[in-house]
Design a protein around this ligand. Structure first.
Ligand code: NAD
Length: 252
């Protein structure tokens, strides 16, 4: 098993990509602390996982909760997967201060806070892999109606590259995952919202999302999880500071 002996912390593990990754990490032998702000979804997750996966409620925008986690959880983490993020819709002129504030706090600041909380023990251990969830909608590709989102996901790539550059000599690797369109519960909600706002059917909007990929389909959460497993494992020991695109050819 590729992650035997590793301790991993995953955010937003209640559903979607975070959930699939927490389960994949555990299946590969890691001891996983799966966190999410939603207690109910964590309970469901715990039921479908083995004893090497435990759960803890964590709202990543809560600075105090992050400090508490760092002091209360004594184990040093080998892997941190910063997965939590929000997808505000709209172009620049559709955005307001509230959108910018929430997206900044949830998509960027939370990752820097958690990394600051976890990194000292990784440094003491002399190794660690931090994986940050970005997106193809970022500095990689301009996407219609994703202004606030793409700005923050571009910042995630900047954060990733900075961590990688600063700590490369200390055994720390830091990589970003940049998915395209992945079929998760939040994508379903975005499709419904777009259909309502355009007075279109959900099926027709879903088809628009499907058509973005030359591969002809959306990605599955498990496919993103497989990349996260690779980046968490020692198989990826020569990659750091990279934005790993996984998008069915959308940005090609
Ligand atoms: P999802 O909506 O299916 O799941 C999100 C999870 O995050 C939920 O369990 C929710 O409770 C949790 N969450 C939300 N706010 C939180 C907070 N403040 N603290 C802790 N947990 C919180 O999401 P997903 O589609 O799997 O997306 C996960 C990540 O992947 C996000 O960062 C998203 O931007 C990114 N991403 C998704 C896609 C896609 O197409 N689905 C594409 C590119 C990037």
């Amino acid at each position: 098993m590729r992650l035997s002996g590793k301790n991993a912390l995953v955010t937003a593990a209640g559903q979607g990509i975070g959930r699939a990754t927490a389960l994949a990490f555990a299946a590969e032998g890691a001891t996983v602390l799966a966190t999410d702000r939603n207690h109910e979804s964590l309970t469901t997750l715990a039921k479908s996982a083995g004893r090497n996966l435990s759960t803890r409620v964590l709202d990543v925008t809560d600075e105090t909760a992050i400090s508490k986690l760092a002091t209360e959880v004594a184990i040093p983490f080998d892997v941190l997967f910063n997965c939590a993020g929000v997808v505000p819709a709209g172009a620049l002129l559709d955005s307001n201060e509230e959108d910018w504030d929430l997206a900044w706090r949830l998509n960027v600041l939370s990752m820097s806070r958690l990394s600051r909380a976890i990194l000292p023990r990784m440094l003491a251990a002399g190794h660690g892999s931090i994986i940050n969830m970005s997106s193809v909608a970022s500095s990689i590709k301009g996407v219609v109606n994703r202004c606030v989102y793409a700005t923050t996901k571009a910042a995630v790539i900047g954060l990733t590259k900075s961590i990688a550059a600063d700590y490369i000599r200390h055994g720390i690797r830091c990589n970003a995952i940049c998915p395209g369109t992945v079929d998760t519960p939040s994508l379903g909600r975005r499709i419904e919202a777009q259909a309502r706002s355009q007075s279109a059917t959900s099926d027709s909007v879903r088809q628009l999302f499907l058509d973005r990929q030359p591969l002809g389909r959306m990605g599955q959460a498990e496919e993103i999880a497989a990349l996260a497993v690779y980046l968490a494992s020692d198989e990826s020991s020569f990659t750091t500071g990279a934005a790993h695109i996984i998008d069915g050819g959308w940005s090609n």
